[in-house]
Design a protein around this ligand. Structure first.
Ligand code: ZN
Length: 71
């Protein structure tokens, strides 16, 4: 799975679309457009808080480390 990571489509946890390129942030997969949206948001923005909630939930769900290198 790790070797094929460039060929695999992942489902973005925010927009639920399947994308080939994106980021893992705290085990939460974000596609490029959602990532762009996220970084354009102010921390006070309710939508930003929704992302943070999603990330926190994803981190809890995936308490076991998987194949994603962190930093
Ligand atoms: Zn997305």
């Amino acid at each position: 799975m790790m070797n094929n990571s460039n060929l695999v489509e992942y489902q973005c946890q925010c927009c639920k679309q399947r994308k080939r390129s994106g980021y893992y942030i705290h085990h939460l997969y974000l596609c490029l457009s959602c990532e762009q949206l996220l970084i354009s948001l102010e921390p006070e923005d309710p939508l930003y808080k929704e992302y943070v909630k999603l990330m926190t939930a994803a981190r809890r769900r995936n308490s076991q480390p998987n194949t994603i290198p962190v930093n």
